[in-house]
Write a protein that binds this ligand. Structure first.
Ligand code: AMP
Ligand code: ZN
Length: 467
């Protein structure tokens, strides 16, 4: 198998990715903070990790993936209090939504989904703090325990934060802060009125967010594992602090490879609740978009580039999927006997090679998709000449299915009747015209025309008939 090269945030270079244990990858993904339903930005990151996972499996590697739920932090505690529910009960709703959305988006299941408040992981957090205490990396003040940043010379190696400016003894209690405010950070928070608290060997209180992931990761995957992933916002402070806690406690490298997915923007802007542009997968499904169009759009852009999520993008994604699904349907109609020709076999082998080269190049999904579409284009040309045999059809289908084991997006469209599909496209065209997007409106007319459907715009609306 060819070599996967992957950008490593630690060091900032593209590096060959090789698991520590031959044939087995251990990876940790920072999961959702379960205080509301995850938005499509979160799912961009989760889909990019799903693509990695699927590609590792494509290469024949076994994957053990952990994805945690952050179910105790400032946000979940506030949310539960406002809802008048216990923390576990409150966060369970969003965990259920998360699994529902993963299923909708055809995201493969991780092997482990630890929750920070699971007793065994709380124990692991306490033990980790004890190890850090024993090695002189902590101090206690006002009932909380902090990590002493200047006790670890390599602090800052992931995010390249400037440690020179950190004042000794200056502390930060909140889980999230920017590089300008880098300081000693909280490992264990002393009890506060109205907050959940656990009685433990290091005193009463609750874990800081960073501690949770270090403890859950090492408990399940070991003190050193292959890969740790999240969105770019996690590089600092979350992942920097995870490294400090883990390496401070074990004296061993925590993670070999760090993968960070760039942000998703909506119509060019940062998502925010106040702007009203923060969508969930369910919001988009309720608007009538297909789940696979959403997945396609999320994974079609190289993960280290920002992704501008637009409704036009969703329409284009739907068209792209239809092109492949139509091709698969046409292959199913081939009746001519015979083996795959040399020409087909060469085209298919070249297509797969291009796909792998693109994926090996830091998971370049857009180039990998281009390889698939060129194969479809070639296949469609062959189909129109009606020389295609069942052997050819099988070879094309197999190659596409192989690529699709990674993309996970084709051949799953809801089976719409022709009428439903045409009506849907007519609605889409009407919307496009209302938005003065005549290029898209014309594209839809042409697409229908190619399928032998003629449109007639009348004062009473658009009618259609077969040619
Ligand atoms: P959170 O629930 O905030 O802990 O985030 C869960 C995951 O989603 C983390 O890996 C974040 O880095 C990622 N994430 C949050 N917002 C975005 C966004 N707009 N685009 C891409 N990833 C995001
Ligand atoms: Zn995390």
């Amino acid at each position: 198998m060819s070599q996967l090269n992957l950008t490593n945030t630690l060091g900032g270079k593209v590096e060959p990715f090789e698991p520590i244990e031959d044939g087995h990858v251990r990876m940790y993904s920072c999961g959702l903070t379960v205080y509301n339903r995850g938005h499509i930005g979160n799912f961009r990151t989760f889909v990019s990790q799903d693509i990695l996972r699927r590609y590792l499996e494509y290469k024949g590697l076994e994957v053990t993936q952990v994805m945690n739920f952050t179910d105790v932090d400032d946000k979940t505690i506030n949310g539960a209090r406002e809802a008048g529910l216990g923390l576990r009960e409150y966060t369970q709703t969003f965990i259920d939504y998360f699994f529902e959305d993963c299923e909708t988006l055809n995201i493969q299941r991780a092997e482990h989904y630890p929750r920070a408040t699971d007793p065994e992981y709380l124990d692991a957090m306490v033990e980790l703090v004890q190890k850090l205490e024993a090695r002189g990396h902590t101090y206690k003040t006002e009932g909380s325990i902090y990590f002493k940043v200047d006790s670890l010379p390599e602090y800052g190696k992931l995010s390249k934060v400037d440690v020179a400016g950190i004042q000794s003894g200056a502390r930060v209690d909140s889980d999230e802060y920017d590089k300008e405010n880098a300081r000693d950070f909280v490992l264990w928070k002393g009890p506060k009125e109205g907050e959940d608290s656990w009685d433990t060997a290091i005193g009463p209180g609750r874990p800081g967010w960073h501690l949770e992931c270090s403890a859950m990761g090492m408990k399940i995957l070991g003190e050193t594992f292959d890969l740790h992933a999240g969105g770019v916002d996690l590089v600092f402070p979350h992942h920097e602090n995870e490294i400090a806690q883990s390496e401070g406690a074990t004296g061993k490298p925590f993670v070999k490879h760090w993968m960070h997915t760039e942000f998703l923007l909506v119509e060019g802007a940062k998502m925010s609740k106040s702007k009203g542009n923060q969508f969930t997968v369910k919001d988009l499904i309720d608007e009538g978009y297909s789940a696979m169009a959403i997945r396609y759009l999320l994974m079609s852009v190289y993960y280290r580039q920002q992704l501008n999520f637009t409704r036009d993008g969703l329409d284009q994604a739907a068209t792209a999927i239809r092109r492949v699904d139509d091709f698969l349907a046409r292959l199913g109609e081939v009746t001519r006997d015979g083996d795959a020709s040399d020409e087909t076999q060469e085209a298919v082998a070249a297509g797969l090679k291009r796909f792998e080269t693109a994926m090996d190049d830091d998971l370049n999904t857009s180039a990998a998709l281009a390889a698939l579409f060129d194969l479809v284009k070639g296949g469609n040309t062959a189909l129109s000449s009606s020389t295609v045999t069942q052997g050819d059809a099988a070879a094309f289908r197999e190659a596409i299915e192989r690529m699709n084991s990674v993309f996970g997006v084709f051949g799953r469209s809801e089976k719409l009747t022709l009428d439903e599909e045409v009506e849907k496209l007519i609605r889409e065209r009407k919307d496009a015209r209302a938005k003065r997007d005549f290029a898209r409106a014309d594209e839809i007319r042409a697409e229908l025309d190619a399928r032998q459907i003629v449109l007639e715009d009348t004062p009473a609306g658009t009618r259609w008939r077969r040619k």
